[in-house]
Every structure is written in structure tokens, then in C-alpha cells.
Design a protein around this ligand. Structure first.
Ligand SMILES: *[C@@H]1O[C@H](CO)[C@@H](O)[C@H](O)[C@H]1NC(C)=O
Ligand SMILES: *[C@@H]1O[C@H](CO)[C@@H](O)[C@H](O)[C@H]1NC(C)=O
Length: 448
């Protein structure tokens, strides 16, 4: 495997405005992701694409999209993707004025069916639009923040802490907005229980450390089965996946990714599903760094050296670094090797169906505000080379969108942030193009 150089405190993906500007001329809106791909010399409409019905409605009902756009492609100057300070959609009549040739919206709004109503034509755009609403913005943010505090039982012990968290929350709404408007899948991003955390605080709860990867990998390449596989598959239906756990404010994702994998390997081979101890790895795997992060590859070897894993009950999770108190007489499960899987996602699926859940590394940029759906962020918002989180693939499937019948193949990925995050603790990420590096660090233990 290639050595992936990543530091834990990653450069911020949220210095986005500058990046978006660099993407000027490459991003264009549309209903099927089509417009988000570079159009090189091909102007919108020049292949007849825009002249065909787009679900309920043509893009640009005034024939606008059927005209040549020379340089001025829809959204071609990044205009629609930038914050409009106070002047969100319609807030100041902005959208009702002529934009040269151009009209569009900032929140994916314009990609939804509008019935008969032309953009802005009935004052529609001047009404609040849920999370990225305009109008008395401060007020709606306060309201949202109070709702968030209530929903997640948040209490701040001083007025200044409240103010600080509110300010972070509002910053995060901008990130949510950027993720949502550029989303190519069906994912919804919104306030989650992590919405009052800064990016730095959030990253403490990850814990994948590719810099701890040994220069000489001990891992064997996995053999890929050649059998046909079904179009969808889910190990949760086969009793070899434990309930979703919670790593808390400790960068121990790597340990959860590994126990999840070993739990599955053992259950498949020995017909007994144990919930295994992450704390043992946090405390006793000295190649890795406990709550400061680690690597599955090292952990497999540590388990083999220690002599096995105790159960969750015998060596319970504390979400902090502690003394190793491993007791070999309590070992329930052992590991005697590990394999590295190829990056080809069809091969990963074939291996998964035959051999069980797969430990992976992934870029966590889309995770802080993930609410549900098939997540397919733009590549520059989720660099596949910057892996910073460990998770567990337990299955895969294909979603077909309601209006446009777009195929959305996905992985079902178990996370370790409790069942009140994502889809009951799970994440679905687009399958087939290496989204967020989901295919870059796939490994498994081998159990005797
Ligand atoms: C290890 O566990 C056994 C019970 O399985 C117990 O009898 C023994 O005292 C433990 N050893 C230590 C050092 O705690
Ligand atoms: C692990 O143990 C099993 C059963 O004893 C054996 O068949 C297998 O070859 C071992 N694997 C490695 C990598 O040592």
C-alpha cells in the first residue's frame, strides 16, 4: 500500500471560498450532477441535454439554458456558490433583479421541482428556506440553536460558553450549507450532536493516524473470490455485527474499526458473536497511541502479540488512556494475521460477501454534519488521500432517486459515534469512485 502522508490536524477543508473560486468555471448547477462536471468546451445545452425535460421542469424556464452561454455558464463564476452575506436568496430583492443572463440559487433550491412557479416570481424566494433561510437571520439561528440544545440535551455552564458555542454553531451552518449545496448524492447535512464543536475539537474524536503506518507492511494481499455477488448485501442481517458503540471524546476510531472487523471474522468462523474490548487496544497496543490515534494494521499485530482480545464486559470502555490491565486468562478471541484489500470497489464487495465486514480508513469531512442519505461530496471537499477516521464496511446496496431515477450505489458503514448519529449510527457513502478515500485503506484481521 502506498504510504499516505497525513497529519492528524488536517488542513481545513473549510477554507472553501478560496477553493471554490479556484473552481470557477468548472462548477455548474443542474439536476443530475451533470452540471457539476467540467464542461470543457461543451456549453450547456449544446448537446441538446438541456432541451429535454428534467423531471418536472426544464432548467431555466425562460429558454435561458437553450441559448449559448459563451463564457457565462450557469454559475460559472462561482457566484451562486458564494455566501451572499446578508443578501441570501431574495432577501433584498436580489434574485428578482436581472443578473445579466443569470439567475440561480444557493442551496440546491433551484434543483428542486418548482411546479409552475418561476424562480422568484411569486416572492417565493423571499420566504425563509429552513436552515439556510434568510429574513431575520440572527433570530432564526437563535431559534435553531435552542432547538439543537434541547434535542441533544446540551447545557453550557456560563453565558460566555453559550456565546462561544452559538458562534461555532453558526460557523458550522455555513459548512453545512456548502456541503449541502454541492452534494452529488442524496445526503442531508444539518445540525448534529457535533454542531457546537470546532473542527479542531471534532478531529479529536477521530483518530486514524496514517503516519503510524509501518514503512514495511506485514500485510498479505487478500485473495479476491470470483463468485457472483448479489446487488445488495448487509451483514447486519446475518448476526455478525454488534450494536453501534460510542468512542466518545477519544481518538480511538481505529480500535473500534478493528474490534468490529474481528467480531465479524470470529462470528463468521466460530458462530459466536462477542462484543470485543477497544479499551484493551487503547491501553495495551503500544505501537498505536490510544486516544491520540492509531492504525488497524498495527492493532492486528498487537492483538496477536498480546495473545488475544477480552470482551467489552471484561475490559470495558473508558474513552480515555489508562494502564494496560490485560488478563490473558480472559481472552475470548485471537488473531493470527491480517490482509490488505485492493482498492477496486467491486473486489471489496466480493471479498465482503464471502469474508465479512471490512475495516477502512476514510476522510471524515462529510461526517460531522451527516444526517442521512447517500453521501457523495465533491472531491475537493473530501480529499480521498487524507484519511483521518476508521470505520467498518458492513454491506452495500443501490439507491434509486425518486424523481430522476439516478442510480446511487453505496456502502453501509458502521461508525462509532453512538446510534444517535447518522442513520442509527451508520453512514452510507457513494460506492464506485473512491469517495472520501473509502477504498484506500481496507484491511481485515485473520482469525484462526
Ligand atoms: C485474571 O483473571 C482471572 C479470572 O479469569 C483471575 O482469577 C485472575 O486473578 C486475574 N489476574 C489478574 C492479574 O487480575
Ligand atoms: C491462522 O491459523 C489458522 C488455523 O490454525 C491457520 O490455518 C492459518 O494458516 C493461520 N494464518 C496465519 C496467517 O498464520
Amino acid at each position: 500500500m502506498r504510504l499516505i502522508l497525513v497529519v492528524c490536524a488536517l488542513s481545513s477543508a473549510w477554507v472553501v471560498d478560496a477553493q471554490l473560486l479556484r473552481y470557477e468555471g468548472k462548477i455548474h448547477f443542474g439536476t443530475d450532477g451533470h452540471d457539476q462536471q467540467p464542461h470543457s468546451k461543451i456549453l450547456l445545452g449544446s448537446d441538446g441535454h438541456d432541451q429535454k425535460p428534467h423531471g418536472q421542469k426544464l432548467l431555466g424556464v425562460d429558454g435561458h439554458d437553450q441559448r449559448l452561454h459563451s463564457q457565462a455558464l450557469l454559475g460559472g463564476d462561482g457566484h451562486d456558490q458564494r455566501q451572499h452575506s446578508q443578501a441570501l436568496l431574495g432577501a433584498d430583492g436580489h434574485d428578482l433583479r436581472s443578473h445579466g443572463q443569470k439567475h440561480f440559487g444557493v442551496d440546491g433550491h433551484d434543483q428542486q421541482p418548482h411546479g409552475q412557479v418561476l424562480l422568484g416570481g411569486d416572492g417565493h424566494d423571499q420566504q425563509p428556506h429552513g436552515q439556510v433561510g434568510n429574513g431575520p437571520r440572527e433570530l432564526s439561528h437563535t431559534h435553531m440553536f435552542k432547538g439543537f440544545m434541547k434535542k441533544y440535551n446540551k447545557a453550557y455552564n456560563s453565558q460566555s460558553e453559550f456565546k462561544k458555542r452559538f458562534s461555532i454553531f453558526r460557523q458550522n451552518l455555513k459548512k453545512i450549507h456548502i456541503l449541502q449545496q454541492s452534494e452529488r448524492g442524496t445526503a442531508k447535512y444539518g445540525p448534529t450532536k457535533f454542531s457546537d464543536l470546532t473542527e479542531h475539537e471534532f478531529r479529536r474524536m477521530l483518530g486514524l493516524r496514517p503516519d503510524l503506518k509501518p514503512t514495511l507492511s506485514q500485510m498479505e494481499p487478500a485473495e479476491i473470490p470470483s463468485e457472483e455477488i448479489p446487488s445488495s448485501f448487509d451483514w447486519r442481517d446475518h448476526g455478525i455485527v454488534t450494536p453501534v458503540k460510542n468512542q466518545g471524546m477519544c481518538g480511538s476510531c481505529w480500535a473500534f474499526s478493528v474490534t468490529g472487523n474481528v467480531e465479524g471474522q470470529w462470528a463468521l468462523k466460530h458462530k459466536h458473536l462477542y462484543s470485543l474490548s477497544e479499551q484493551e487496544l487503547v491501553d495495551c497496543d503500544k505501537t498505536d497511541e490510544g486516544c491520540n490515534g492509531g492504525m488497524p494494521e498495527n492493532a492486528y499485530e498487537a492483538i496477536a502479540k498480546l495473545g488475544g482480545l477480552e470482551t467489552e464486559n471484561d475490559y470495558p470502555y473508558e474513552a480515555k488512556d489508562d494502564q494496560c490491565h490485560f488478563n490473558e486468562t480472559k481472552v475470548k478471541v485471537t488473531v493470527n494475521g491480517s490482509v490488505e484489500l485492493p482498492q477496486n470497489e467491486d473486489d471489496l464487495a466480493r471479498w465482503l460477501v464471502k469474508h465479512g465486514p471490512i475495516s477502512i480508513g476514510i476522510n471524515a469531512n462529510a461526517l460531522q454534519f451527516y444526517v442521512g442519505g447517500v453521501s457523495h461530496p465533491l472531491r475537493f471537499l473530501c480529499n480521498p488521500k487524507s484519511l483521518d477516521h476508521g470505520m467498518l464496511i458492513v454491506g452495500y446496496g443501490v439507491h434509486t432517486t425518486k424523481y430522476l431515477h439516478r442510480r446511487q450505489p453505496y456502502w453501509i458503514v458502521k461508525n462509532s459515534w453512538g446510534p444517535d448519529w447518522g442513520e442509527q449510527g451508520y453512514y452510507r457513502v457513494y460506492r464506485g469512485d473512491g469517495t472520501c478515500g473509502v477504498n484506500q485503506m481496507a484491511t481485515s484481521a485473520i482469525v484462526p
